[in-house]
Design a binder for this molecule. Sequence first.
Ligand code: GLC
Length: 720
Amino acid sequence: MTFLKQTELVNLVAQLSLEEKIGQLQQLTGNFYTEEEAEITGPMTEVGLTEKSVYEAGSVLGLSGAKATMEAQSKYLSKNRLQIPLLFMADIVHGYRTIFPIPLGLASSWNPELVKKTAQVAAVESAVSGLHVTFSPMVDLVRDPRWGRVMESTGEDPYLNQLYAKAFVEGYQGDLANDPLTIAACVKHFAAYGAPEGGREYNTVNMSDRQLRESYLPAYQAALEAGCKLVMTAFNTVDGIPATANRYLNRDILRKEFGFKGVLISDWAATKEVVAHGVAANEKEAAALSLEAGVDIEMMAFCYQHFLKELVAEGKIATDLIDEAVLRILELKNDLGLFENPYRGANEEQEAALVFSKEHQEIALQAARESIVLLENKQNVLPLQKQEKVAFVGPFVEYHDLLGNWSWKGNPSETETIKEVASKRKESIEFVATSGIWELTDEELTAAHKAAEKTDKIILFLGETADMSGEASSRTNIQLPTAQLTLLRELKVHGKPIVVVTFNGRPLDLTEVAELSDGLVEAWFPGTKGAQAVTEILFGETAPTGRLTMSFPRNVGQIPVYYNHFNTGRPIDANDADNKYVSKYLDVSNEPLYPFGYGLSYDKVSYQDLVIQEETIGLDGKISASVTLQNNSNQPVTETVQWYVRDIVGEVVRPMKELKGFETCVVPAGESKLVTWEISVEELAYIHVNLEKKADAGEFVVMVGSNSSEVLAKTITVKN
Ligand code: GLC
């Protein structure tokens, strides 16, 4: 690819009229470029656009397809005075048309390399379909499963979220300057959108600057350090100021501290929403505040379009603010090689050959396998044995939409159902596909009883629909729908083992389900090849290896419950369990139903002999540790060894434990394996009162285990 020089870009900005500059800051939906002129006059006039302003807009979202994008680009260039190419952006969150597990599922693989591979595949399918930018990765840290967008996050841990942010960005962007089958990434939502009060969508976010920097900002920073080209603002306020109009957040932190030089795009109409927040009296003020806060592209609102010219004329906005925004947008177009080739990777033949290819589906299958988490396996009810007669029952037996939210071009009709996959097997399976997520008819219940009577084990496929999580999908009740719980309760009468497989986009309250079932499999929305992955795991062809990256609460009242919590001044003392005056509930344990890092395999390893090489080290030293895994089973076991550290005394309160490393390894049947780990003390740094990030001397507890609750521990001392 060849690129314009920086001086040429600057000269190009200088050649633009003020209207054309303001046009570059505008993002419109695809319909403005595809529907017949006659039809688009409607939306156009509604928002006060003219055809001229449509063909001066800098970018478009939600339009893809090699043919459609090339036609739109060609028509656009024929009407754009200086032939500045249009940028094509879209939400490719967990795959383009080959759909991978939702990010909360992908994260459960504890395999950043795999996640990077899924992003690479998504980039190839997107690029040949004419896209240049994806609004991904979403790296918002989330501790509240009431919030629907938890499904697009990678969970509650800052360390893991940083690894995944990096993996997604590197996967999407690859060698962006030389490989047209890559796309630019846009990390979102800046910042702390995952912490709305009450888990209620778009709600207020309240937290200190220090906690923001300690827990929420590191993942965005990791994305930027990986070279992420764009950042998207969040809908929420941060410390009382809407993120989109927040100069401290966007200019002081993002641009000055983090050194971000790329494009800042608003979320959908988030500029205009500054008025609803009550920080702008009108859209004219919202335009000024957003531009001053550094927002370069306004997504599907028209404050810039309608008021920037007036603001400039009134001397309220300096044109250099507009020029710098335009330059960043032209730099992005240039980085994508669009001035040389406005069509970049768009190619109908490659689109036909690569999109939804068998090879891509194989990667989707592997991702689905590794995302599934086994939560219960009482009396080794799983894996199912070939000679067993089983009943597959429930609303997800013949349900196609295993793709989950934000799977735009994913096609449920192309997604195999559990029944389609399982019926190809030679085992005897009775299928009873109930029809409703929310209802259960008498006939269906009767059929379920009949199937249960004829079989040895009952496998229930339950869950949420894809639209029960994702954007604008917060829930105050995070249990399975009552009809599904009724089905489970009713089938208990047969006294036969019951396994529940659940498809869902958030940690659910599975307390009753866990009590009533013998096996419990968390499948998330496992994507295009999810049905095959689930079936393989049920029949033991694949062993479950997934581990949770978000705690499952016992009930919604326990939220927020997360592993890296503080001790409080009145922690529960195990030796004084009846003490009422400690930080606990009267009715429920403080512990989650399933903790961060938790997941079962079909065989287990034991952890022995945690050894710390040097129990006293300096601030410039390293912690070196090892642990022995013992596999007494007759099967190899894949184990994700998790290393945690607790800083016992800090200048501020410190979490009871923080994930600081992990390794997934295979322990051969009947053998043991020595696992070593090393971390420098500087990686134990935290944000001090003065907002400086550094490590302290003092005592630390080093822990290792199969999840955040079951650990071996040893104390070490760091000396000045
Ligand atoms: C939505 C989402 C954002 C998405 C954008 C474009 O409202 O908040 O994540 O990228 O609009 O679809």
